[in-house]
Write a protein that binds this ligand. Structure first.
Ligand SMILES: Cc1cc2nc3c(=O)[nH]c(=O)nc-3n(C[C@H](O)[C@H](O)[C@H](O)COP(=O)(O)OP(=O)(O)OC[C@H]3O[C@@H](n4cnc5c(N)ncnc54)[C@H](O)[C@@H]3O)c2cc1C
Length: 491
């Protein structure tokens, strides 16, 4: 059976209602034909969210709170994606470009408030730029949110449980089931074998656009040369004499600068020393080290691994190994050079390499950096943000294009950018939305990813309730749902 036929055949099997547990088997013979012998289980849901990262959790909760059945399938054993799996943090700013007003609200704000109540986050109103919580960075780093990944895992579990979302961990999306140009479900795989989830609407929150890509949606990888932003293996350290560390950096604050696109920020004076001694070969000139909720715990965003293709396991394997090598080099650097870090302990590294960029799907609207930087609003803006364009590795390994918004207080993200071309019944939310590489470089950060998820979830619930496809959702009605769900729409 050829792949296309396989997809429609799996649809037929699902329709026939194969539910009894049996030995599952799906293999490809030497001619590339696929044999799907058995499916061990079949699930039915209104909305299926693939990927339980920042976007996926918000999509699931937003939809479930509107009264539809929701299921999430997630590869890891917990929710949160990069925030928990890769230890990425803090949340970048959720305030307007002047740092005056919190503009990403809704479920993002609820997650933050719940973590603050548990002592697992510091509210962004209390976190300012040019402080240890923002790695002493000024532009774009006002009102970040430091949080503890372990606290986030618990809060997200609570939120999906309260909303009645069915979550299936340790489960991978395999293939879409497409009937007459509409996605009607997906094949998933886990320790129990291959299963089917039939859904009225599917939301792709995999970060890499896995569902969209396999459904035939046009996608492009990385920038216009096909290159992704570099990857980073995040890690946390503790046992730091933070007073000594902070005093050392603050003594050098006046030396922070950008030269020919390369940032010289915290600890660049020690990096120069280590370079001279042949003990530094990472493609960065300084260390982004963010103070966490506990004063002696720090989140390190510094390793730099070029040309990792997150959609290719061979490339990911090399990237993970290189990331761990760079973490060892960085730990040696902290111990030998950095005041206050002589006895620093490596608490944990991310269990998944931090991926800034992979596929971008093509949707009904392709968002551009010009849209963002001109503070454009759209009739179908489903949330607003002021995230700066932040493209690492652009124009050379060490260079970063960082362009904050100056033309206004915020810009809008149109619903059409969540609607992939070429297939019905599918929404996409998170870093792989329909945007150019530069625009995605701005809205890939977690607060907008969560707002995007919420918008997609609310839209999916309306599509189910009104028996339309996501493309047929009435935009004013969607905006009303989002307002009721406490999303700020810039009004
Ligand atoms: C190095 C780096 C630094 C960053 N710095 C910051 C920062 O300081 N602040 C900030 O706010 N943001 C930052 N970001 C951006 C941010 O972390 C991500 O862009 C954001 O997490 C995207 O959210 P998402 O939900 O789209 O994707 P992800 O967080 O990647 O979540 C996707 C989820 O889908 C699951 N999944 C993927 N494929 C499948 C599949 N086939 N089947 C089942 N499940 C699947 C994954 O396990 C994961 O849980 C950074 C990112 C990186 C990589």
């Amino acid at each position: 059976m050829k792949r296309r036929e396989f997809l429609s055949m799996t649809g037929m099997i699902a329709a026939a209602g194969v539910a009894s547990p049996m030995l599952s088997s799906c293999c490809e013979d030497s001619k590339g034909n696929v044999n799907l012998k058995n499916i061990t289980r079949k699930y039915e849901t209104d909305v299926l969210v693939v990927g339980g990262g920042p976007a996926g959790v918000c999509a699931a909760v937003a939809a479930a709170r509107e009264g539809v059945n929701v299921m999430v399938v997630e590869t890891a054993g917990f929710l949160g994606g990069m925030a928990t799996r890769s230890l990425v943090g803090p949340f970048m700013t959720c305030f307007d470009a002047d740092g005056e007003q919190m503009i990403i609200k809704g479920l993002f704000e609820e997650v933050v408030d719940r973590m603050v109540a548990k002592g697992g986050a510091i509210h962004p109103k209390d976190v300012r730029a040019t402080t240890p919580y923002s790695a002493w960075i000024t532009a774009g780093h006002d009102h970040c949110t430091p949080f503890e990944p372990e606290c986030m895992k618990v809060v997200l579990d609570e939120m999906v449980e309260e909303a009645g979302v069915k979550v299936l961990f340790h489960t991978n999306f395999v293939e879409p089931i497409i009937n007459d140009g509409r996605i009607t479900g997906v094949v998933i795989a886990n320790k129990a074998g291959m299963q089917i989830v039939n859904a009225k609407v599917v939301i792709d929150c995999t970060g890499d656009g896995d569902v969209a890509y396999r459904s035939g949606v046009p996608c492009h990888f990385g920038n216009d040369k096909g290159k992704p932003q570099p990857s980073t293996a995040f890690f946390h350290i503790n046992n730091v004499d933070y007073k000594k560390l902070e005093a050392d950096v603050e003594k050098h604050l006046h030396e922070f600068r950008k030269v020919d696109g390369v940032s010289y920020r915290a600890l660049h004076w020690w990096v120069a020393e280590a370079e001279k001694n042949g003990e530094w070969d990472i493609a960065r000139k300084s260390v982004n080290i963010y103070k966490c909720v506990k004063p002696d715990e720090w989140c390190v965003n510094c390793s730099r691994i070029q040309n990792v293709d997150a959609t290719d396991p061979e490339s990911m394997t090399k990237g993970e190994i290189e990331g761990r090598k760079q973490i060892q080099q960085l730990m040696n650097f902290f111990h030998k050079y950095v005041p206050g870090c002589e006895n620093a302990t490596l608490m944990a590294s991310g269990s998944h390499l931090g991926i800034r960029e992979s596929r971008h799907i093509e949707g009904d609207y392709i968002l551009t950096a010009e849209d963002l930087l001109s503070a454009k609003m759209f009739e179908d803006s489903v949330f607003v943000t002021a995230s700066a364009v932040d493209v690492h590795g652009s124009g050379g390994g060490m260079k970063t294009q960082y362009t904050p918004l100056t033309a206004g207080k915020w810009y809008g993200i149109p619903y059409r950018s969540l609607l992939p071309k070429g297939v019905e019944g599918l929404l996409v939310a998170g870093r792989c939305l329909s945007a150019t590489s530069d625009a995605a470089g701005a809205i890939r950060v977690m607060p907008p990813a969560m707002a995007m998820g919420q918008a997609a979830g609310a839209a999916a619930s309306l599509a189910v309730k009104n028996s339309v496809t996501p493309r047929g959702v009435d935009v004013p009605e969607l905006l009303d749902v989002l307002r009721r769900q406490k999303v700020f729409l810039g009004e």
